[in-house]
Ligand binder design. Structure first.
Ligand code: UD1
Ligand code: CA
Length: 535
């Protein structure tokens, strides 16, 4: 294939969009990039995109996704024939005088390279000057119709607005994809006029012109008519997006990926997934994401530009620009932001946000924490509600946590700060100074109980009522216990001497005897209290 011409100068009015129609995306790729990608499979020596509306925006995008492609500016949209003529006359194509040229529209993202290859093969084996890709549609409305002669050979293409009532009944349509011998196309286009309902130069008229001058023209019908769907509005964009989703998911399942609910699983074409990965419902995998074998992702999880290691699990979470190691567990409700690196076996749990931080092998951040700009070593535990206070209002600062560290719940680690290997911090501490290895960092005020405060200052509240009741119950219990103790002493006066062998505290003994008379559970709770006191 000498040349590919992709037509993309149109306004795309029905999209009602501030951006060019061909820049809208499906499965992480712009419509125009889909077309260029399919084209690549038939190896055109040069690709030219005809641009017009939103020209600079489209041009910029093409530099990014298809730097080898050229662009031709069509200032006035005088029709598809005019657009192709502009491309052929441009500096980038005027030297091409022999070989084939394929013409496509920039808004048909479902077209496959395989279909283009078959079209090209058909064109060459028939020795045709022009071959049109056609489709049989249940509803041919809006398309140019394929008119065949009595022997079934392609005769011409008639646009809907120029159709007779009988021609309108034809259900074979022009997909807008053609291959021409480049020299024949040039001479055909020179003969085309704008004498039609739309006052445009129709590329489709080239077929009639070539046939009338004795050239062989041919039609090739596509197997799967969804391939030729063009996008003009948002509904068609959604339809093609869903069809592409199914295509991607089917291909992955054929490769050994388990997708529990393909209808709610959205995967970009750029994502790589190994066999024996399981994807649960409501999961989206976008960008340069890589998922290793045995991993389980979802339900309701989004992973963007990230790596998920072998056997890792990510559930009910949002992950962006991160690396999740072998056997690591993330979720539910975890937010991993850019630059998060979790080593082997790391666990990051519910309502935890991690940003620009690395967490070493086997370490855990199980609940309700923010880890920002930190390096955490191996086998460390970050208690619930810990915050790495990384922002002083102007700048971000980093913190370091060593190996086998235990950060107590609700610790504020005010960066920059460093916690040595094996160190602890006390729950509720605001740590502003480094904690050396093996030390316990305590940074909180001592507790003070203002006794009776509620009864005095909130006297009429339900709290005061509850407190009074608790006080009364405690007093009653003490009186009762005293009575029981007196009775016991009176009944067993010799017990005192016997007890001297076992130096057990008096009070617990008395309690124990009370417990004997009450339920088994009470007995248990007393025992627990005793052993705790001993420890
Ligand atoms: C065209 C075909 C029709 C076919 C249909 C398939 C013609 C005359 N008709 O109709 O037979 O069934 O495609 O979708 O070709 N474009 C330019 N410059 C222009 C005009 C159009 O670059 O001056 C581009 C558009 O951006 C678009 C493509 O060419 O990507 C097709 O143009 P459009 O106006 O959509 O053609 P249709 O009327 O749909
Ligand atoms: Ca048109």
């Amino acid at each position: 294939m000498e040349l590919a011409i992709i037509l993309a100068a149109g306004e795309g009015t029905r999209m009602k969009s501030a951006k060019s129609k061909v820049l809208h995306q499906i499965a992480g790729r712009s419509l125009i990039a889909h077309v260029l990608h399919a084209c690549e499979q038939i190896n055109p020596k040069r690709s030219l995109v005809v641009i017009g509306a939103h020209a600079s925006e489209v041009n910029e995008h093409l530099r990014e996704v298809a730097p080898k492609s050229g662009t031709v500016l069509q200032r006035e949209r005088n029709g598809t024939g005019h657009a192709v003529r502009m491309a052929l006359d441009s500096d980038l194509a005027k030297s091409i005088t022999t070989g084939d040229v394929i013409v496509l529209a920039g808004d048909t993202p479902l077209l496959t390279g395989e279909t283009l290859a078959r079209l090209s093969k058909h064109h060459r084996s028939n020795g045709a000057s022009a071959t049109v890709l056609t489709a049989q549609l249940f509803d041919p409305h809006g398309y140019g119709r394929i008119v065949r002669d009595s022997e079934g050979h392609l005769e011409r293409i008639v646009e809907e607005s120029d159709c007779t009532p009988t021609e309108r009944e034809i259900d074979e349509i022009n997909s807008g994809v053609y291959i021409f011998k480049v020299d024949r196309l040039r001479s055909a286009l020179a003969k085309i006029t704008s004498a039609n309902a739309q006052n445009e130069e129709y590329l489709t008229d080239a077929i009639k012109v070539l046939r009338e001058s004795g050239e062989k023209v041919s039609a090739f019908t596509v197997d799967d008519e969804s391939e030729i769907l063009g996008i003009n509005d948002r509904s068609q964009l959604a339809l093609c997006t869903a069809l592409m989703r199914d295509r991607i998911n089917d291909a992955l399942m054929r490769e050994g990926v388990s997708i529990v609910d393909p209808a709610t699983t959205w995967i970009d074409l750029s994502v790589e997934i190994a066999p024996d990965v399981t994807i649960l419902p409501g999961t989206s995998l976008f960008g340069s994401t890589i998922i290793e074998t045995g991993a389980q992702i979802g339900p309701r999880t989004t992973v963007i530009d990230s790596e998920v290691g072998q056997n890792a699990r990510v559930f009910e979470s949002f992950v962006r620009g991160s690396v999740i190691g072998y056997n690591a567990q993330v979720g539910p409700y975890t937010f991993l932001r850019e630059g998060s690196e979790l080593a082997t076996g790391v666990r990051v749990g519910a309502y935890v946000e991690v940003k620009n931080s690395s967490i070493g092998e086997g370490s855990k951040v199980p609940h309700l924490s923010y880890v920002g700009d930190a390096t955490i070593g191996r086998e460390s535990n970050i208690g619930a509600a810990t915050v790495f206070v990384n922002y002083d209002g102007v700048k971000k600062h980093r913190s370091e946590v060593g190996d086998h560290v235990r950060i107590g719940s609700d610790t504020m680690l005010v960066a920059p700060v460093s916690i040595g290997d094996g160190a602890y911090t006390a729950a509720g501490s605001v740590i502003t100074e480094d904690v050396p290895a093996g030390a316990m960092g305590v940074a909180r005020s001592k507790q003070r109980n203002v006794l009776g405060w509620v009864m005095r200052r909130r006297a009429t509240t339900s709290s005061a009522k509850a407190a009074k009741a608790a006080k009364a119950a405690k007093a009653a219990k003490a009186v009762k216990a005293e009575g029981v103790a007196k009775k016991t002493q009176a009944r067993k006066p010799k017990a005192k001497k016997a007890s001297s062998k076992k130096p057990v505290a008096k009070k617990p003994l008395a309690k124990k005897s009370v417990a004997k008379k009450s339920s088994r559970t009470k007995k248990k709770s007393v025992k627990v209290k005793q052993s705790k006191r001993k420890g």
